[in-house]
Design a protein around this ligand. Structure first.
Ligand code: MN
Length: 447
């Protein structure tokens, strides 16, 4: 026979305008969902998820049933997001605890997807049961960064698993023997980002009433920054299995089982993670793709603080994608425009040679503009160039276009004079200096 007592509290915090967190507190099922997604996405995802979870768990109130309920919640949220374009990409975290009876024993089953957390407060020690499905946590496990670095890491809000963002989800499941005096804390990251573990532990150790403890924790996180929605559920095991002598007692000191598979027998915790999380990085590229480039703690902290406000999985990627796309479009636009406008051409229009700014036939983004009427007609240029001039002759600059026209005129003039040296304006250039020199000589010598 096990009896539970619980309390819960939630707060929008000091920065966000809406609360996308949701707490569930029924007699035997407790959960925290931290929704994400623009518009109303986060709230819808969290609401759909907890509603589905509650109903599905009610049909099958076992550990496996709880895990299956999360899978069903994932499907419902995902399908809903497909049916509603406004809600595309919405998702939620889900951490839940339920009292279940398995093989005649009362057990607390815990499930998790995302970075909301479940802790067990036992014998004065606060130990995180769930494992965050965040990029930072993956990096800690692969040894790339330390736990303390992870706490301020800019990627700590990026989830590697979330509920409702893809067709399938892998659910982690733990079973813990219900022991009298145990206290379970379910919370969204809005609590753990603002408060250190000892601060949380102290509240849990000194405030017996679960509702008062939940209220105090939320208020403390608000006071310490409140940069995110804060949600807390505190569940106390008032009467537990270990009141019955035949059940072995839980080990006095719970080791830090940051990996759920650690030392299950000695703590009474049986871990059943859905699968190795490393193979499950489907939402985002793996840690290798996003290796931290910084060594500088100060900069890391600053960046972490900045990204703390941005919402994760989808949002961070969407922002990066949008910025990148905007940069590409911007660059392409200017490259094309530069290409279009960095040219001139000569073309015949109504028998006259015209100089235009732009590309022959018009550019993609720039319509050619007439810049000069040359006054030169097709009769003034060599006949063999006319068909080319009707099509247009591209030049790099206005000066080059003008030179080209002048050369055509000079060429034609030279050709005309070769054929008919006595034609007007055909005084051979070479005779002029000689003639003038002779005249000068004569005139000076005359008096
Ligand atoms: Mn949050």
């Amino acid at each position: 026979m096990t009896l539970l007592r619980s309390g819960s509290a939630t707060d929008t915090g000091l920065v966000r305008s809406v609360n996308q967190d949701l707490a569930v507190e029924t007699g035997t099922l407790f959960a925290v969902a931290d929704g994400m997604g623009g518009h109303a996405g986060g709230e819808v995802a969290a609401r759909l998820a907890v509603d589905t979870l509650t109903v599905a768990f009610g049909r099958k109130p076992t550990g496996a049933g709880l895990s299956e309920a999360v899978t069903e919640a994932n499907r419902v949220v995902f399908e809903h997001s497909l049916d509603n374009p406004d809600l595309r990409g919405m998702g939620t975290t889900m951490t839940a605890a339920a009292l279940v009876n398995e093989d005649g024993r009362d057990v607390i089953a815990l499930v998790n997807v995302g970075d909301s957390r479940s802790y067990r407060f036992h014998d004065g020690q606060l130990v995180q049961v769930t494992v965050d499905h965040s990029l930072a946590e993956e990096m800690v496990r692969s040894g790339e960064i330390s736990e303390s670095e992870a706490a301020v890491h800019p990627h700590r809000h990026i989830l590697t698993r979330a509920l409702g963002v893809s067709e399938d989800v892998v659910v982690d499941l733990w079973r813990i023997q219900a022991s009298r005096g145990d206290r379970f804390l379910l919370c969204s990251d809005g609590l753990t980002n603002e408060l250190e573990l000892p601060q949380i532990g102290e509240v849990l150790a000194t405030v017996p009433d679960p509702q008062v403890a939940a209220d105090l924790l939320v208020r403390a996180a608000r006071t310490h920054g409140g940069s995110d929605n804060i949600t807390v559920v505190v569940v106390d095991v008032v009467v537990g299995e270990d009141d019955e002598p035949e059940v072995p007692a839980v080990a006095a000191v719970a080791p830090d089982f940051s990996s759920p598979a650690d030392d299950a027998s000695s703590t009474g915790v049986v871990a059943e993670p859905g699968s190795a999380p490393r193979e499950d990085v489907s939402v985002l590229p793996g840690p290798e793709a996003l290796k931290p480039k910084f060594r500088d703690r100060w900069r890391a902290r600053r960046r972490a603080r900045r990204t703390a406000r941005g919402r994760r999985v989808i949002t961070v990627r969407t922002v990066l994608f949008t910025v990148l796309l905007a940069a590409i479009v911007y660059a392409a636009f200017y490259a094309v425009r530069w290409y279009d406008t960095n040219a001139y051409y000569v073309q015949v229009s109504n028998n006259e040679l015209m100089i235009y700014h732009g590309r022959i036939g018009g550019g993609v983004l720039y319509k050619p503009v007439e810049v000069e009427r040359t006054g030169v007609t097709v009769a003034d240029v060599p006949a063999y160039t006319v068909s080319q001039l009707i099509t247009g002759v591209q030049e790099d600059s206005l000066k080059a276009a003008q030179t080209y026209v002048a050369n055509l005129v000079a060429t034609q003039k030279a050709a005309n004079c070769t054929q008919n040296p006595t034609a007007p304006g055909c005084t051979p250039a070479t005779t002029v200096p000689f003639g003038s020199t002779a005249t000068t000589t004569t005139s000076t010598g005359a008096p």
